[in-house]
Design a protein around this ligand. Sequence first.
Ligand code: CMX
Length: 134
Amino acid sequence: MIKKVDHIAIAVSDLNKEIEVYKNIPGFEFSGTEVVEEQKVTVAFFKVGDIFIELLEPLSDDSPISKFIEKRGGGLHHIAYEVDDIKKEITSLEEKGIRMLDKEPRTGAHKARIAFAHPKDFSGVLTELKEKGE
Ligand code: CMX
C-alpha cells in the first residue's frame, strides 16, 4: 500500500543557485545535499511540513536528469511515495497493469530502495516508490 507522499522532485541545472533561492523561503528547512552515484545526481532536500522537496542536479552528461533538462528545461521531475515493502508494491502495481521501469529496487538518496513507474501510467508524472533506508 502507498503510505504517503515522501517527496516531490524538481530537476535543476545549477543546484547551488537554487538552494539559495529555496533557503530564503519561510517554511523551507534545508536538510543537506548528497551525491547519489548510482542515480548520477546530486540532491538537496528541503523539509516542508511533513514532506520533502528534492532538488536534482545531474552529475554528468549521461545522467537521466541531463536528458530531462535538455528535453524540457528542468522543472517538476517526479513524485515519490513511501511504501513499507517495495518488492511487494512493485508486484502489486504490475498486477494492476502499471509498467514498472525498475523491476528490482535500486539505491536512492539516504540509502533508500527506490523503483520508478512509467509516467504514462501515472497521468504523465514519473512516479517513484520509496522504501526508507537509513
Ligand atoms: N516526467 C515525465 N515523463 C518523463 C520523465 C519525467 N520526469 N522522464 C522521462 N519521461 C518520459 C520520456 O519523455 C519518455 O517518453 P516517450 O516514451 O514518450 O519518449 C519516457 O518517459 C521514457 O523516458 P526515457 O528517458 O527515454 O527512459 P529511460 O529508460 O532512459 O529513463 C527514467 C527512465 C525516466 C526512470 C529515468 O530517465 C529517470 O528519470 N530516472 C530517475 C532518476 C532520478 O530521479 N534519480 C533520483 C533519485 C533520487 C531519489 O529520489 O532518491
